[in-house]
Design a protein around this ligand. Structure first.
Ligand code: SF4
Ligand code: SF4
Ligand code: SF4
Length: 248
């Protein structure tokens, strides 16, 4: 029997799910090894019986956390799909303000008290609520990496993410380092796997795939200071996808 796969979304732009739908011909290969049983963005059928759950989005309300815990209880394998699920992503930027101030800014004087739809707490990544078995990083995810990881999970293998930085892929692409023309890049501390798409197109890496397991933060800071990047600029860039990640 093929593993049954379900997709769920929380606070997100749904761009990662869209990238799955955009797999084009690769989707036929995937359908031959898994059964997609729930995928709101692509089909109307749904079920609570599945083996592998893909979670897109960050967690922002008690009702979301409760739903996520039920999904975790149903799934044999749970995968965080994309930066919002993996690190909290850009959604987590709002954690720099008290949640009551954020609600006031967004909802103004509307009467939201007691309505669970508006009962927001500080944004959490998926692994701050439940155990995550695997991560597919990126904003959005890389669809080839997704296809490879689904195949490995379906075959009962443990998919591995690159343990080297974006700089390695950037050098392989023979790019001129963007620091040389005044751009600022988080490639030295960010997990590779996107083929250094941003620097290859002349933009510094924003770190959407999350930090390496052992990022050399002090070395990265030295490089950035050497190129005139202030601590404030550095923190803004670091926070975009990795707001207050433990230890940095
Ligand atoms: S990780 Fe990026 S593309 Fe994916 S859902 Fe979040 S904001 Fe959208
Ligand atoms: S552009 Fe960024 S990823 Fe490429 S070599 Fe320079 S710092 Fe590394
Ligand atoms: S280069 Fe950096 S920001 Fe761009 S996709 Fe890769 S990890 Fe994300």
């Amino acid at each position: 029997m093929k593993p049954r796969v379900a997709f769920f979304d929380f606070a997100s732009c749904e761009g990662c799910q869209l990238n799955v739908i955009n797999l084009e011909e690769k989707i036929l290969d995937l359908i031959s090894i898994v059964d997609v049983v729930t995928f709101r963005e692509a089909m109307t059928e749904r079920t609570d019986e599945y083996d592998i759950a893909f979670i897109e989005g960050s967690i922002n309300r008690p009702m979301d956390e409760e739903k996520l815990k039920k999904i975790r209880a149903n799934a044999k394998v749970l995968v965080a799909l994309g930066a919002c699920a993996h690190t909290g992503g850009v959604n987590k930027l709002r954690n720099q303000w008290p949640v009551e101030n954020v609600k006031k800014e967004v909802y103004g004087d509307a009467d939201i008290e007691g309505n669970p739809l508006f009962d927001a707490f500080q944004t959490k990544a998926v692994d701050e609520c439940v155990k995550v078995d695997f991560y597919i990083p990126g904003c959005p995810i890389d669809r080839n990496e997704f296809a490879r990881m689904v195949t490995q999970i379906a075959m009962g293998r443990t998919p591995k993410l690159p343990t080297y930085p974006v700089c390695v892929e950037c050098k392989k692409n023979e790019n001129i380092c963007v620091f040389e023309y005044g751009e600022f890049c988080l490639g030295p501390i960010t997990r590779a796997g996107c083929d250094a798409i941003c620097p290859t197109n002349g933009e510094g890496c924003d770190g959407c795939r999350g930090y390496l397991d052992d990022p050399k933060m002090n070395a990265a800071k030295d490089v950035m200071l050497k190129y005139g990047i202030t601590l404030d600029m550095m923190m803004k860039k670091l926070n975009m996808y990795n707001y207050k990640k433990e230890g940095y």
